[in-house]
Ligand binder design. Structure first.
Ligand SMILES: [Zn+2]
Length: 316
């Protein structure tokens, strides 16, 4: 049996967030400041709402429970997560706790988190990637309106992440014909957006990627990237060389195309402070990614991949 899950309602494209029919008495959850979210709310036309804007990056379980307690007994018809990943993660977890429907509106693009059953919440200061069907949005709204104003570096990292997720998801052992369809289309759209300078296509491409990889998995490229993330390298940037080398190792059909995307985005070479052996110790236990890689990966392979990433400039 194969299974694919996605939000019950998906509204996307120009004016999606403006034309969507929102319920009244919703609680808008956002990470930004009033000068920004008030403009967004005006655009969406959401009526009779309350705003909770004290969500911090990497939200903790304590802050989720605090919101739950804060609004206990009040009539809330829906949570609306408006912003980046943190706002959406809080909505997902709250929705699971209370059963209140959730509407997710990403204002940054790349992760496709609005489409997935994943949420990242911190427990005792440690980020944990959780998966639960209850995290799935009741509605996801993807509107390129929020794209302008995104700094180039963030946009480029997000685009790289979305393309890495789509192509790793396509190759994943957990892929099925329908997830491959989404991943393939996602990569085509993202490639067109990046190579032909059509940034307005990025949100749609990231959304497709979210459905595709969210129902399969990412693989070796993502597994390699976390040792760089741990040293402060942005996620999307670390994937540029990591996923390129992983695709080469896997003989992926996406190897050349992914590399070309990274070249177009002009990523600088990566550096790593820790030694390859030490890094391999961190990567090897990441079975969630490695076990779903299309071919088996040994510790020696990991060290060799790291050597290629650092010493052989894989994007040249
Ligand atoms: Zn990613």
């Amino acid at each position: 049996m194969w299974k694919v899950m996605m939000p019950r309602k998906i509204a996307y494209g120009e004016n999606a967030a403006r034309e969507f029919d929102y319920p009244t008495d919703s609680l808008v959850i956002t990470t930004t400041t009033p000068d920004i979210y008030e403009k967004w709310l005006e655009y969406t036309g959401i009526k009779e709402y309350e705003v909770y804007n004290k969500v911090t990056p990497d939200p903790s379980i304590e802050s989720v429970e605090a919101i739950k307690k804060n609004y206990e007994g009040k009539k809330i018809s829906a949570y609306i997560g408006l912003g980046g990943g943190s706002s959406m993660d809080v909505c997902k977890y709250l929705g699971k706790l209370t059963g209140v429907p959730k509407i997710l509106i990403p204002t940054t693009f790349g992760t496709g988190a609005e489409m997935t059953t994943y949420a990242v919440i911190s427990f005792e200061h440690k980020k944990k990637l959780l998966q639960d069907e209850a995290f799935l949005a009741d509605a996801a709204i993807v509107d390129p309106y929020f794209l302008p104003g995104t700094p180039y570096n963030i946009m480029r990292n997000s685009a790289c992440d979305a393309a890495a997720q789509a192509s790793e998801g396509y190759d994943s052992k957990l892929a099925n014909p329908l997830t491959k369809l989404f991943c393939k289309e996602a990569f085509d759209v993202l490639e067109d957006a990046i190579i032909n300078d059509k940034p307005q296509l990025l949100p749609y491409g990231a959304m497709l990627s979210g459905i595709g990889f969210g129902n399969s998995s990412t693989t070796l490229g993502h597994a390699l990237s976390y040792v760089f993330s741990n040293e402060g390298v942005p996620h999307g940037y670390s994937l540029s060389a990591c996923t390129t080398v992983a695709h080469k190792f896997n003989k992926s059909t996406y190897y050349e195309r992914f590399k070309n995307i990274c070249k177009k985005l002009n990523f600088e070479p990566l550096t790593l402070k820790q030694g390859f052996e030490e890094a391999a110790d961190v990567i090897m236990p990441d079975r969630g990614h490695l076990d779903n890689n299309p071919i088996p990966v040994s510790r020696e392979d990991i060290v060799q991949c790291l050597d290629e990433i650092i010493n052989k400039n894989p994007l040249s």
